[in-house]
Design a protein around this ligand. Structure first.
Ligand code: PM9
Length: 461
């Protein structure tokens, strides 16, 4: 018998119970508000945005179970029941021994960096992340990139572009000595590389290397479940393992973690630091009361901790991750059909458009990714984010970093938008691509001291 259906589709493992209405704007309005926002999509008001792809951070839709648990949050100042639910989830699903809750990821980065980094230390990592590197620097450390070269090449189809290059790491260890390296900083599903995973093999090789040299691995596990999904899809021997098992195995090869629960863990606020070392935990408990709140809430409400505990479990469901990454891939394939240059392979949390290839007539000092994000908003009200020279910021000597990747990130919030939204987004990107030669660069007219991409202002050249 001939089958009519060649390939079966997937669909989301949920249905909608409530919707948020969006405001539609005209092109004239968008031109005006973009100018008022200094051509920085962070400075737009969200009510002027139609489809918000600024970030996948804190923009998740929570499930009915999470909202239900909100009512059961224990808001006691000390010893909240909700803290113990949160701790149980971190121990059960991730396997780390000790938990310090924080208001979000950078709260955990601050505490961890203050504890482990001394002035003059060096922190090797698989590509920088903005807040992570800044906390390392503020604590007196220097970040050194040890990601494989392929990660800096938008066109490389390497299946694990998040991998650490062990030769680069070895060169850093030889140059500075292990006593200057408080830990190796690894991120799963590397954000700035385009949401690209590490392989389990690489994680295990790194573990073997660090054991030999007596070095710690600290895991930025903000998008660990998405990384585990890619391991399941791409790595031999993991095809039949579920995401839960893979995540536990990743964590077991590291010594501690920081996490922004606002991403994979499917909540709107929250984070944590976790460690297997009692001494580090004890010091973190000392510092958390200074910067975040008591060690059983760390800046979170009891209801937030309940929602995180449930979100962690939901994020490790295979069907959820299939739909999550499947939606990102759907958008990526649509963009590729239009000929739009994007980072390959398609990553876990968004599509990263290669602004250097999109706007080859602009040099990096004319902020091509910033200019492109502004044009996309003006075309359709779709808000995206610059991930290039503006995000990279300046070195301690004041010089600009010039990252090889100059990208516009179309970040997909989890469980928020439909396939029809993806079509509208791809068509908008294609419309701007059609008139790309007419797009002008920008000049920066205001630059804040830290994390300039959030608040910098620009004018058209
Ligand atoms: N990431 C993102 O949009 C939000 C801030 S930058 C616009 O991608 C990693 C890998 C992250 C991350 C935040 C943090 C910090 C740490 N590591 O935002 O403080 O992607 O919760 O987490 C953002 P918090």
């Amino acid at each position: 018998m001939k089958t009519i259906v060649k390939k079966r589709s997937w669909a989301e493992p949920y249905k909608m119970k409530m919707v948020e209405l969006l405001k539609m704007t005209t092109k004239q309005q968008r031109i005006r508000v973009m100018k008022e926002a200094g051509y920085n999509t962070f400075l737009l008001r969200s009510e002027d945005v139609y489809i918000d792809l600024l970030t996948d951070s804190g923009t998740n839709s929570m499930s009915d179970r999470q909202w239900g648990a909100f009512m059961q949050g224990d808001e006691a100042y000390a010893g909240s029941k909700s803290y113990y639910h949160f701790e149980e989830a971190v121990q059960k699903y991730y396997g780390y021994k000790y938990l310090i809750p924080t208001h979000q990821g950078r709260g955990a980065e601050n505490i961890l960096s203050k504890i482990l980094i001394k002035k003059g230390d060096v922190v090797p990592g698989n590509m920088y992340f903005t807040t992570t590197r800044l906390h390392q620097e503020l604590a007196g450390g220097k970040f050194v990139d040890i990601i494989i070269d392929e990660a800096h090449d938008a066109n490389s189809e390497h299946p694990f572009k998040g991998n650490v290059d062990l030769n680069k790491l070895d060169a850093v260890v030889k140059k500075y000595g292990v006593e200057k390296i408080p830990y190796i900083s690894i991120a799963t599903n590397v954000n700035m590389a385009g949401g690209q995973p590490m392989s389990m093999q690489n994680i295990k090789e790194l573990r073997a290397y660090t054991k030999k040299h007596g070095l710690r691995i600290i895991h930025d596990m903000t998008r660990v479940a998405e990384n585990a999904y890619f391991i399941q899809q791409r790595e031999k021997g993991y095809e039949k393992k579920d995401i839960k098992t893979i995540v536990k195995e990743i964590c077991a090869n590291t010594d501690g973690a920081t996490m922004s629960a606002k991403k994979d863990a499917l909540v709107n606020i929250g984070g944590f630091m976790a460690t297997n070392e009692w001494d580090v935990f004890e010091e973190a408990r000392n510092l958390v009361v200074v910067y975040e709140g008591l060690h059983t809430y760390g800046g979170l409400a009891g209801r937030d901790m309940e929602a995180i505990a449930i979100g962690i479990a939901e994020s490790l469901d295979d069907n959820h991750q299939h739909a999550r990454v499947g939606q990102v891939e759907y958008l990526g394939h649509k963009m590729m059909e239009f000929g739009i240059p994007i980072v390959k392979p398609i990553g876990g949390h968004g599509i990263f458009v290669d602004a250097k290839a999109f706007l080859p007539h602009l040099n990096q000092d004319q902020f091509p990714a910033q200019a492109l994000a502004a044009e996309i908003y003006i075309d359709s009200g779709v808000r995206t984010m610059e991930r290039g020279i503006v995000s990279a910021g300046r070195k301690s000597n004041g010089e600009n970093y010039y990252p090889k990747l100059e990208l516009v990130r179309f970040t997909i919030p989890r469980r928020v938008y439909t396939q029809a939204h993806m079509d509208v987004i791809a068509e908008s990107a294609a419309t701007v691509f059609d008139r790309r030669k007419s797009i002008k660069g920008l000049k920066m007219v205001y630059e804040p001291k830290y994390l300039r991409f959030f608040q910098a202002r620009f004018e058209k050249l």
